[in-house]
Design a protein around this ligand. Sequence first.
Ligand SMILES: [Zn+2]
Length: 271
Amino acid sequence: MFNPRYKTLILITFLAFLHTACTTSPTGRSQMILKSDAELEAQASREFAKLRAEAPLVTDRATIDFVACVATNIVESLEGPEAKLNWELAVIDSQEQNAFVMPGGKMAVYEGILSIATNQDQLAAVIGHEVAHVTARHANERASRGEFTDIGVYIAAIVLGQGHSGLTHTAYEGLHAGAQLGIFLPHTRAQESEADVLGLKYMAKAGFDPRESVELWKKMQKEHEDDAPPEFLSTHPSSETRIEALISQYPSALALMNEAKAQGKNPNCTR
Ligand SMILES: [Zn+2]
């Protein structure tokens, strides 16, 4: 039989644990965060170094500069703790239309995305969305639900999951079969919607035109009618829902863009 005092102590400890675990995302959604950000970021940093060393990277200066220009404008407009991340970028030499991020601000953009994100504002929509997955700690949320235990597995799942691109897989050959499972675990609908809303805000705060996000999603929708969509065009929410949600954010996003422009933020990123 437990001493009631111990029971109370156990209950208090449990409540304290829950209190630590339940946090609020940047859009006010309650999140269960159980993993250490520092640990995930350290793993991500190692995996990103491996990716940069072993994946084929774009060498064309104009392409790298274009992507880096858009990404830099966005991350430099972040504020508060979000601005403190150590962002790094890899532009991958693959015609796949994709992009992904890792905790701590490690971002990979595939050259193929530029065939659809044809101007700086459309690319800003992609990058804003990906940046939002990081600032809203979506990987930690997934890890906390036990969806993956090692960020390497998570990343390999993303890289391999989109597949068929000619991307070298040597960096990930040693990973166990569990990596494959991650392929079937896209971000949740709540996470995708949140990344859309936050991403729109981030691009607007950097002076990019948020209305171009809808142009991008329309093109993506048309191009991926019949095949598996890239990470940021997951089927949940549907493209229509996604576009409607973005349009509903125009008033606040356009106000942010105008404010940014008044502050002299007029990005001019070209390829
Ligand atoms: Zn996404």
